[in-house]
Design a protein around this ligand. Structure first.
Ligand code: GDP
Ligand code: ZN
Length: 357
């Protein structure tokens, strides 16, 4: 049996609930999200939940809808095991991406993640540029990253790889693991036990599922798949997306986390490339593009060999990618404003006509 505290309930969330709300509603955490449907755990019980109509209409954008990891206030109906979600509490952190098929809308894929394990593996997947991207996404979300170098059994020379990773991770802890042989799993467990809510980022095949299974261990048998009834009354099952571990810690594993792109990540990029930013602060021109201007501190560091050229390239590429996504977003917002302005103009014209009649 779990309690709300096991799920990560804290004063940050408690402090948002008014006395009146506390009297009427029960706090819970979203452990599964389907289409317009949710599973909310109130600690000991799990409720099949829907959004209250008022909340559905008020949620102007998809970013305002609850997602896995969110804390919500619900009215529970013990007679039928259902619950209605009445309020979404403010998030401590959020992972967002451009909504599928609509580059202009933000979609949150997981909320209230405290620790992110950036998983890469020895040999095949080892890619510093990818780790930089994941670091930017993680800093941007408000969570804290830990780099996990998995498949240690595939390489005899961990020191070289670790040194390369250290140059990129800029002080972020690095853990070497082998899900197969068991190396580093005790340390990984300790991180997850004390790290609040943990999520995994990394390419397919690096061993995320294997690591998750190893972490779940004994908790596994408590985790029944979720049975769902679709609109035609057919039953299907689907995997849970948030797990409470025996001994402490919460894991989030959602499909959405696996397809993350950069999205409005300028703060995250600044954090990830703090070394480049520090150099750039010493350039003669404030808007220096580090492309050959006189007095460029970044170019000087490149020349002295203190800043690797591919790290600067990577920074530039990620900035461009982020700017591109943002420009599409701004264009979408502009079109929406134009549409709304036209609708208002039409409504005003109509009223004017009616009045003249
Ligand atoms: P995911 O796509 O990131 O979830 O990766 P999986 O957990 O499905 O693992 C992909 C493959 O890598 C599977 O065949 C695993 O058995 C294998 N694998 C996972 N961890 C290790 C490891 O530490 N060492 C080795 N050699 N293989 C591993
Ligand atoms: Zn410069």
């Amino acid at each position: 049996m779990h309690t709300l505290d096991d799920f990560g309930w804290s004063s940050f969330f408690e402090g948002q609930v008014t006395d009146d709300e506390r009297a009427r509603w029960t706090p819970g955490r979203v452990v599964w999200e389907g289409r317009e449907r949710y599973r909310v755990s109130t600690g000991h019980t799990e409720w099949e939940s829907r959004l209250a109509g008022r909340l559905r209409h008020a949620a102007a954008t998809r970013a305002d809808r609850p997602v896995v990891g969110d804390w919500v206030l619900t009215a529970v109906h013990p007679d039928n095991g259902g619950a209605t979600i009445h309020r979404l509490l403010a998030r401590r952190s959020r992972f967002a991406r451009a909504a599928a098929g609509r580059a202009t809308e933000e979609q949150v894929v997981a909320a209230n993640v405290d620790t992110v394990l950036l998983v890469t593996s020895f040999n095949d997947d080892f890619n510093l540029r990818r780790v930089e991207r994941y670091l930017a996404l993680t800093w941007e979300s408000g969570a804290n990253p830990v780099v996990v170098l998995n498949k240690a059994d595939l390489s005899a020379d961990h020191a070289t790889w670790r040194a390369e990773m250290e140059a990129v991770s800029q002080g972020v802890p690095i853990l070497v693991t082998s899900a197969q042989r068991g190396d580093g799993l005790a340390e990984l467990h300790a991180i997850v036990r004390t790290g609040g809510t943990t999520a995994f980022l990394g390419s397919s095949g690096v061993g995320k599922s294997t690591l998750i299974n190893a972490l779940l261990g004994d908790s596994r048998q408590e985790i029944l798949p979720i049975r769902e009834r679709d609109d035609r009354g057919r039953h299907s099952t689907s995997a849970r997306q948030l797990f409470c571990l025996t001994g402490g810690g919460v894991l989030i594993d959602t499909p959405g986390m696996r397809e993350l792109q950069l999205w409005n990540a300028d703060a995250g990029l600044a954090h990830t490339f703090a070394d480049v930013q520090t150099l750039a602060a010493a350039c003669r021109f404030r808007d220096c593009s580090h492309g050959g201007e006189p007095g460029c501190a970044v170019a000087a560091a490149l020349e002295r060999g203190e800043l690797p050229a591919d790290r600067l390239d990577s920074y530039r590429r990620l900035l461009r990618e982020d700017a591109f996504l943002r420009s599409r977003h701004d264009e979408g917002a502009r079109l929406k404003r134009t549409r709304e302005a036209k609708q208002i103009a039409r409504a005003v014209r109509l009223q004017y006509k009616l009045r003249r009649r």
